[in-house]
Ligand binder design. Structure first.
Ligand code: NAD
Ligand code: UDP
Ligand code: UDP
Length: 336
């Protein structure tokens, strides 16, 4: 019997001919709402290997259950504020709580996640030569004095308010991205995401679309926070995922706004949800939280011109898709 070891199996190196179209992609925050839809898209091409890193603060393994055990998929319980050693070609860096009630819950941790988390992912990108995309936010525009908001607008952010851990955290994260790009030549992509909604949002995470749909299904009044005339623009999650992938694969660093320019007041949104889901439900005006931006709507000229991207799904089409998911999870079947 020979004792010679068999030759090592070919490793999926990115330069190997066999694996040419194969990418190993890290998604931080991949167990969350947008992250898990992004994983579905990346896995769906049948070639990518996807590694998810998540500390499960607001995300859940349940969002990824169809991929657990798949040979091209791996999930690591890890907090991005700690260093991470993996070998990857691309990094989608999403890890960060996105809903105000969660990011305000432990504001110091939110800042650490944005600053130390992004620094670690940039250190990783530098070591392995990976391209890295940051999911920044329309919150970098604060309570905007320019409407709609183009990327060239520097924003109107309160540096010491209760939302600052998130807003200023993301602003520093953007700065880090551009400094690593200028100083170390890292390939970066920065998306500024506007309010996004769809299936798998946390039912009780306090964001407006998930609140209204859950309230309508539970026969509870829709809580419009005063004055109700504040506006937001809502993008369906599959459109968002298209935009993120186009940005990653394209040639432009950004920052690029990704969002749906359809703008609604919160009262209009409540009316729309009521009509669609439960015409008997009441709308009640409740107190607002400090520093709530009064208006928000993306200028998506850059995304259209540079990425050839614009959202396809209107609010009226997206809400019923989310309703279906919430009905299943809340156990409220549709009346025939
Ligand atoms: P989400 O809360 O569903 O997902 C965030 C994920 O990050 C969760 O799975 C959470 O467990 C994980 N996470 C948080 N802190 C972590 C840490 N320290 N280490 C490892 N994992 C951590 O939120 P989402 O809506 O999917 O948002 C994803 C990204 O998009 C975030 O960066 C958010 O700032 C950005 N964004 C989202 C919106 C939106 O409307 N949903 C708008 C603007 C920007
Ligand atoms: N880092 C990481 N994974 C790596 C390489 C670096 O998490 O593969 C972290 C590292 O621990 C450091 C951060 O990224 O805290 C920034 O790394 P960089 O090399 O840019 O800076 P330095 O280590 O010199 O401070
Ligand atoms: N809002 C509301 N009712 C709710 C939750 C939120 O009227 O039950 C309002 C909130 O005041 C804000 C808007 O909806 O003006 C969007 O809030 P959300 O927390 O969803 O996201 P934000 O854009 O503020 O991060």
């Amino acid at each position: 019997q020979s004792t010679t070891k068999p030759p090592p199996a070919p490793s999926p190196l990115r330069n190997s001919k066999f694996y040419q179209s194969n990418m190993r992609i890290l998604v931080t925050g991949g167990a969350g709402f947008i992250g898990s839809h992004l994983v579905d898209r990346l896995m769906g091409n049948g070639k990518n290997e996807v590694i998810v890193v998540d500390n499960y603060f607001t995300g859940s393994k349940d969002n990824l259950r169809k991929w657990i055990g798949h040979p091209r998929f791996e999930i690591i319980r890890h907090d991005v504020t700690e260093p991470l050693l993996v070998e990857v070609d691309q990094i989608y860096h999403l890890a960060c709580p996105a809903s105000p009630i969660f990011y305000k819950h432990n504001p110091v941790k939110t800042i650490k996640t944005n600053v130390m988390g992004t620094l670690n992912m940039l250190g990783l990108a530098k070591r392995v030569g990976a391209r890295i995309l940051l999911t920044s936010t329309s919150e970098v525009y604060g309570d905007p004095l320019v409407h709609p908001q183009p990327e060239s607008y520097w924003g109107n952010v309160n540096p010491i308010g209760v939302r600052s851990c998130y807003d200023e955290g993301k602003r520093v994260a953007e700065t880090l991205m551009f400094d690593y790009h200028r100083q170390h030549g890292i390939e970066i992509r920065v998306a500024r995401i506007f309010n996004t909604y769809g299936p798998r949002m946390n039912i009780d995470d306090g964001r407006v679309v998930s609140n209204f749909i859950a309230q309508a299904l539970r026969d509870e009044p829709l809580t419009v926070q005063a004055p109700g005339t504040q506006t937001r623009s809502f993008c369906y999650v599959s459109d968002m995922v298209d935009g993120l992938v186009k940005l990653m694969e394209g040639e432009h660093t950004g920052p690029i706004n990704l969002g749906n320019p359809g703008e609604f007041t919160m009262l209009e949104l409540a009316e729309t949800v009521r009509k669609l889901i439960n015409p008997n439900v009441k709308i009640s005006m409740v107190e607002n939280t400090p520093d709530d931006p009064r208006q928000r709507k993306p200028d998506i000229t850059k995304a259209k011109e540079l990425l050839g991207w614009e959202p396809k799904i209107k609010l009226r089409e997206g809400l019923p898709l989310m309703e279906e998911d919430f009905r299943l999870r809340l156990g409220v079947p549709k009346k025939e």
